[in-house]
Design a protein around this ligand. Structure first.
Ligand SMILES: [Fe+2]
Ligand SMILES: [Fe+2]
Length: 274
């Protein structure tokens, strides 16, 4: 993998944003809000796990991962920071983040496990973020009507998730993690990811009085199964993770990331560049 670039996003969320910022659509706003609510605690766990995994390697292999680790930590820490600002706005709008409490509790339960487990869990969630990122980058129509600042935030995050998708996976393999444990953790993480996403999205919609409305159901169905829908575009890469010889680099997303970066150079500043 080439060296990972850390970028500071040049957006100001100080003015806040409307409750239904996702093109006025309550369902889409609630779902993206739910994802954002999981990021600060989740991405801190990914950082800690990959650091712990790299620390458990022998000195020579550890050296091989030095650049990847630095880039991975830099990118995820920047994501946490901006989503923390975004989430503070959600809190001021009255939304309650219960996903982060559940995630923090589970992270506590597994804290004493061998690093390979934590890195396998990170690799599993990184597969989710990578395939969702590729889908969003390939289907920007999903962001129609979104405020330019927020559109830039989600797509910049998507680009960097695509860029660093192999890091946790490679550390897991370097630690001697087996495909069967990797797949086992993917199944468990899938259960938690979908139930957490469902619960937090439903809670956000309930708060808005939008949970049991026909327009919510309609938006949900088109979001999942429509022309640019999540399910038809992610089912194949999702299934690929179950192959024993799978590696994230087999899903080439570089044309998508390169295209977004070249079109949006004014949206970010490379950290460390003069
Ligand atoms: Fe991230
Ligand atoms: Fe990530």
């Amino acid at each position: 993998m080439s060296a990972l670039t850390v970028r500071r996003l040049l957006i100001d969320l100080g003015d806040g944003f409307p409750r239904h910022w996702h093109g006025g659509d309550p369902f889409r706003s609630a779902l993206f809000d739910a994802l954002s609510m999981s990021f600060p605690v989740g991405e801190q766990f990914f950082i800690d796990s990959v650091k712990k995994g790299v620390a458990a390697l022998d000195a020579g292999t550890r050296e091989r991962f030095a650049d990847d680790l630095k880039g991975f930590v830099g990118q995820e820490a920047t994501h946490r920071h901006i989503h923390g600002i975004f989430n503070a706005q959600l809190e001021s709008q009255g939304y309650t983040n219960t996903w982060q409490e559940r995630a923090a509790r589970r992270i506590g339960y597994i804290a004493a496990l061998d690093a390979r487990h934590q890195v396998a869990i990170t690799a599993a969630y990184e597969h989710y973020t990578a395939i969702l990122a590729d889908w969003l980058l390939a289907n920007e129509a999903q962001m129609t009507g979104v405020d330019a600042r927020l559109k830039a935030m989600w797509l910049w995050h998507s680009v960097e998730e695509s860029e660093h998708k192999s890091v946790a996976f490679d550390v897991y393999q370097a630690l001697g993690g087996t495909p069967s444990w990797r797949i086992r953790w993917f199944l468990r993480c899938s259960f938690f990811f979908f139930t957490d996403l469902f619960r937090q999205t439903a809670r956000n919609l309930w708060h808005d009085g939008e949970l049991f409305r026909l327009r919510t159901l309609r938006s949900c169905l088109s979001f999942l199964f429509g022309r640019h829908g999540m399910v038809p575009h992610t089912i194949r890469p999702w299934r690929a993770y179950f192959r024993r010889d799978f590696h994230p680099s087999q899903l080439d997303s570089s044309p998508l990331t390169t295209a977004w970066l070249s079109r949006n150079g004014d949206a970010f500043k490379v950290v460390g560049a003069t």
